[in-house]
Design a protein. Structure first.
Ligand code: 0O2
Length: 225
């Protein structure tokens, strides 16, 4: 390595270190926002259990986007590549995935969460009513919630993805298949995945109907007592 290359490398590592430091300084607020949203959802789930004797939320996953994945997304979108640009342009640095038992639970959970008065709805994308061309289904919300730091109140965006167990099964496998082959998924594999997504949607509707039927039977029994 010559002198010029060494200096360029040193400069790069200084810039990278600055980026890592900046990342740590914003990490705290996004993690706090994730904890707040998760707690809100746990409380809603507990209250629903107390009232209706079942949980609409099957389980939850949370994640904060890595520096690498933030920078890749900014590059893809031709935005400037820095932590401040990520804060300004990316709405999914903090993410909460909510896995529900039934389709209707998705909308119940979304309504209960977004009707809280410290939750501001920034964006709703309903990929259940309008699935993506590849078959992907999920309800995506971007909400902002207040986080109280030493410097004062900051509104922090969190992307909440809500889907059924079956939709999650499809999305997880489709995601790993897509990345396994360096993003190359042949047309017939895409078609088959899309067909599986359709089949899964039918299964979700059938499960919902069974649930509604049993719920109605239980209600009728209660009314007869
Ligand atoms: P990761 O690692 O999962 O977070 P935006 O740029 O925010 O305006 P964006 O990011 O395309 O638009 O938002 P969108 O469409 O609401 O959803 C993006 C996220 O949804 C993805 O995050 C995935 O988690 C999920 N998703 C969307 N489409 C698909 C799909 O076809 N298959 C699967 N398996 N997941 C999908 P990231 O950022 O890609 O990555």
């Amino acid at each position: 390595m010559n002198k010029l290359q060494r200096e360029a490398m040193e400069q790069l590592s200084i810039e990278f270190q600055q980026m890592v430091d900046e990342f740590f300084s914003i990490q705290c607020r996004y993690q706090a926002a994730i904890r707040e949203v998760k707690t809100k959802l746990e409380i809603l789930d507990d209250e629903f259990q107390a009232r209706h004797k079942r949980n609409p939320i099957h389980h939850m996953q949370t994640r904060m986007k890595s520096i690498q994945s933030m920078m890749e997304k900014l590059r893809r979108r031709n935005e400037s590549v820095s932590i401040s640009s990520a804060v300004e342009n990316l709405m999914d640095i903090a993410g909460v995935r909510v896995i529900c038992s039934y389709i209707e639970d998705i909308y119940t959970v979304a309504d209960l969460l977004t009707s809280q008065d410290d939750v501001k709805v920034i964006r709703v994308r309903d990929y259940i009513r309008e699935p993506k061309a590849n078959g992907y289904r999920s309800l995506h919300l971007v909400i902002e919630i207040p986080v109280f730091l030493a410097e004062g109140r900051v509104m922090v965006p969190v992307e909440v993805q809500i889907r059924t167990i079956a939709m999650d099964f499809w999305a997880s496998l489709e995601h790993s298949l897509r990345y396994k082959g360096d993003g190359v998924v042949t047309e017939d594999v895409s078609r088959e995945l899309q067909q599986i997504a359709e089949d899964i949607a039918v299964l979700d509707q059938r499960m919902q109907r069974i649930h509604d039927r049993l719920d109605n039977t239980a209600l009728e029994k209660l009314e007869r007592v």
